[in-house]
Design a protein around this ligand. Structure first.
Ligand SMILES: [Zn+2]
Ligand SMILES: [Zn+2]
Length: 435
């Protein structure tokens, strides 16, 4: 009997810890974060559009608790630039005309498809894919419509992703709030709920998603894969008690999109290309985070881009407030900096570079990678047009076709001749760095 009472008390406390219960309003302080579209710090030329994706609402998702009007209203009140709804297995909200600008918030509508392999988020589509077919056919159907997609919550026990042999997907959720919340250490949450406000309880739920990140790092060795953060908001409620309300889950994880304008085409392009990062904005506003590659003060790549390796190539990180920066290359930490806001790293070799930032003990920011590829060997034309001294720096002996003048200048191998070639980039989207 004593044990039962304890269980009931624990359950009650647990519900309170997640609740927006009207009888304990101090548990749910709603603190909308300021959001901006102006780039801060190093100017990469992009606007930072803050929003949240993977949201469910009534009547379109069977397990959502609140109407779509409330889902949109909360996004507007929080000043979000975009809200991306992904209802279960239907696009009816699209056909009902909910997509478009609602005040200053751009509402976009995709679909979370329940496949045999797990849940898959299809975006930029106008027709629901047939679900009773292999997952690869569903991914292909979405792509053939001109859409694209992401594997949702790949390691949530209730709906793990089962088929990593699929191709054609754009990326995966490296973080999903429902997954993280449901696999929390419940005893800790129950204990804290008695004494701390909701913001703090929800912050305590945040964990580094080890499984998803290690799979992401493995996939990145084979090509471009975009990482996003899904809030998976349902506005859960038990009776009058709110459990994971939109107000809190919208803040827990936000996927910031780097684009030039607030349009559906531009934001979907940012998602496709990995011009985005994941921010736990409930810890502290992440707007303005920057991760780019530059050389001679010219921006050559932002998150999601490929760039050719070259001597003098430098990665720059800017944080909106100080944090601990961990730089990963091919899945391993190669450099770190404590309590920095502006930080640079001279790239020593090609690799897939991404950044994680901690704020105190909390995971805070996950960048998408910059792909530093090996420099392509110079063509014969480039060799011919290069100054003689540069030609001599090119390793290898493929100089038989060069002019007599250059031929006569070739000397026996020396330390200078063995030096690595100076790579050049052909990226014509370069922009100057302003410090
Ligand atoms: Zn799901
Ligand atoms: Zn969902």
């Amino acid at each position: 009997m004593k044990r039962l009472a304890l269980l009931v008390l624990s359950a009650y406390c647990l519900v309170l810890s997640f609740s927006g219960c009207a009888t304990v309003p101090w548990l749910l302080p709603h603190v909308p974060r300021p959001t901006g579209t102006e780039p801060v710090g190093i100017d990469d030329g992009y606007n930072d559009y803050t929003g949240t994706l993977h949201v469910h609402s009534k009547p379109y998702s069977h397990d959502a608790y609140s109407p779509i009007t409330r889902a949109i209203d909360v996004a507007q009140r929080q000043g979000l630039n975009y809200l991306l709804l992904t209802e279960h297995n239907n696009l009816r909200a699209l056909r009902d005309g909910h997509e478009g600008m609602h005040g200053r918030t751009l509402v976009m509508i995709g679909e979370e498809v329940s496949t045999r392999a797990g849940h898959y988020i299809g975006l930029d589509i106008t027709r629901e894919p047939e679900r009773d077919q292999p997952v690869q056919a569903i991914i292909d159907d979405i792509n053939q419509q001109g859409g694209f997609g992401f594997i949702a919550h790949p390691y949530w026990k209730k709906s793990r992703w089962k088929d990593w042999n699929v191709t054609g997907f754009t990326g995966l959720e490296i973080y999903n709030t429902v997954h993280d919340a449901f696999e929390e250490n419940l005893a800790r949450v129950v204990g804290w709920a008695i004494a701390v406000p909701a913001d703090t309880v929800y912050q305590s739920i945040l964990d580094r998603p080890y499984d998803a990140l290690s799979t992401w790092d493995r996939l990145l060795q084979h090509g471009k894969v975009v990482g996003i953060g899904g809030c998976d908001g349902h506005d859960h409620r038990f009776g009058d008690w709110k459990f994971a309300p939109y107000e809190l889950v919208y803040m827990m994880v936000r996927t910031h999109l780097l684009a030039h304008e607030l349009t559906k085409a531009a934001l979907y392009d940012a998602l496709r290309s990995g011009h985005c990062y994941v921010g736990m904005d409930i810890i502290s506003d992440t707007t303005g985070f920057t991760f780019l590659a530059a050389k001679n003060r010219r921006v050559l790549a932002i998150m999601g881009d490929e760039v050719s390796f070259a001597d003098g190539l430098t990665l720059h990180v800017y944080l909106p407030s100080p944090g601990r920066i961990n730089l990963y290359k091919d899945g391993r930490i190669v450099a770190a900096a404590q309590q920095q806001q502006n930080w640079s790293y001279a790239v020593p070799e090609p690799g897939v570079y991404r950044v994680e930032v901690n704020h105190g003990t909390f995971p805070w920011i996950f960048s998408n990678p910059i792909y530093v590829r090996p420099a392509p060997p110079p063509t014969v034309t480039e060799q011919l047009s290069a100054p003689v001294k540069e030609v001599l720096k090119v390793p290898g002996e493929v100089l038989h076709t060069v002019s007599t003048a250059i031929d006569s200048a070739i000397k026996p191998p020396s330390s200078e001749a063995a030096a690595p070639a100076q790579a050049s980039t052909t990226d014509d989207t370069t922009q100057p760095v302003s410090p």
